[in-house]
Ligand binder design. Structure first.
Ligand SMILES: Nc1ncnc2c1ncn2[C@@H]1O[C@H](COP(=O)(O)OP(=O)(O)OP(=O)(O)O)[C@@H](O)[C@H]1O
Ligand SMILES: [Mg+2]
Length: 269
């Protein structure tokens, strides 16, 4: 691995007396897919919000390409892409129009706009659907569009908060394939998931998070070996370290389903 793109040290987030993220540390290198897994309320989204500069931490630090996310927040924002847990595409616009909004948000020069949007539609396998309304897209297409939105400005680091929640296995596989190709091209991906099989299939390294703590981290192979069961599923590893089971859900996803699932996935307290 070459040098670190992301370095997180003793990162802590408290909401009043409640510690949502408890002094966690980890790092990620160029082109790595790093997974944060854990049950509802583990602190995954809170961690992502700090790393994407949206939430100032209570203590500890995080830096992206050696720039502190608090001190250099505007520079950091230009280097990252973020696909939030909740829906970020507008169903009443076409795929192309959604991308146009993000291209403007990212200040992409007007003479490059069309080319950049077409390139990213092509990369995410959406060229033929560019002029259709997003509310007619399947869940997998929506997620791919949201990823296309988030990588228009060619970020070095991409954050995906539960990229496949509510998707059927085929749609999930297609999102994985596109995320893998981004990583092959050098983008570092930090993703959260509830699905252990997803972490196993996608991530070079995984941090198991529970109640604000990282209970264990390492490659899936290392994690399995660490419980003395190299053939174990990652689910079993999770149960070992976090002491509870994860629910698995498989739903077909159109726009309405995805919007609903993600609303349900949102936890406020
Ligand atoms: N703004 C806030 N104020 C108070 N508590 C919060 C706030 N944001 C998050 N929390 C709490 O912090 C904890 C961690 O929440 P977070 O959203 O990071 O979990 P998560 O791992 O992303 O869960 P999920 O899998 O449901 O998305 C939860 O108990 C949540 O209720
Ligand atoms: Mg979350």
């Amino acid at each position: 691995m070459d040098r670190k793109i992301l370095e997180v040290k003793n990162l802590t987030m408290k909401f009043g007396n409640f510690t949502a993220v408890n002094s966690i540390s980890f790092s990620a290198s160029r082109g790595e897919v790093f997974g944060i897994v854990g049950p509802n309320g583990a602190g995954k989204t809170t961690t992502i919000k700090i790393l994407t500069t949206l939430l100032p931490p209570t203590a500890g630090s995080a830096s992206i390409a050696d720039m502190d996310v608090v001190k250099y927040s505007s520079k950091v924002r230009r280097m990252i892409g973020y696909v939030p847990q909740l829906l970020s595409a507008d169903g009443n616009l076409t795929g192309y129009e959604n991308l146009l909004i993000f291209a403007k948000l990212y200040d992409i020069p007007s003479k490059e706009l069309k080319g950049r949007i077409e390139e990213s539609l092509h990369f995410m396998g959406l060229s033929n659907s560019a002029d259709k309304l997003v509310k007619s897209y399947s869940g997998g297409m929506i997620r791919r569009l949201e990823i296309a939105q988030a990588v228009l400005h060619k970020p070095v680091l991409l954050f995906l908060d539960e990229p496949t929640v509510g998707l059927d296995p085929v749609a999930r596989e297609s999102v994985w394939e596109y995320v893998r190709s981004l990583a092959r091209n050098g983008t570092t991906v930090i993703m959260t998931t509830h699905y252990m099989e997803e972490a196993d299939a996608m991530c070079g390294r995984v941090a198991i998070m529970n109640r604000g703590n990282i209970a264990a981290s390492g490659s899936p192979v290392e994690l399995k070996a660490s419980i003395g069961e190299p053939e174990a599923s990652l689910n079993k590893v999770f149960e070992f370290y976090a002491g509870n089971k994860l629910e698995s859900e498989d739903k077909n996803g159109n726009f309405k389903d995805v919007a609903r699932t993600r609303r349900v996935a949102r936890r406020l307290g």
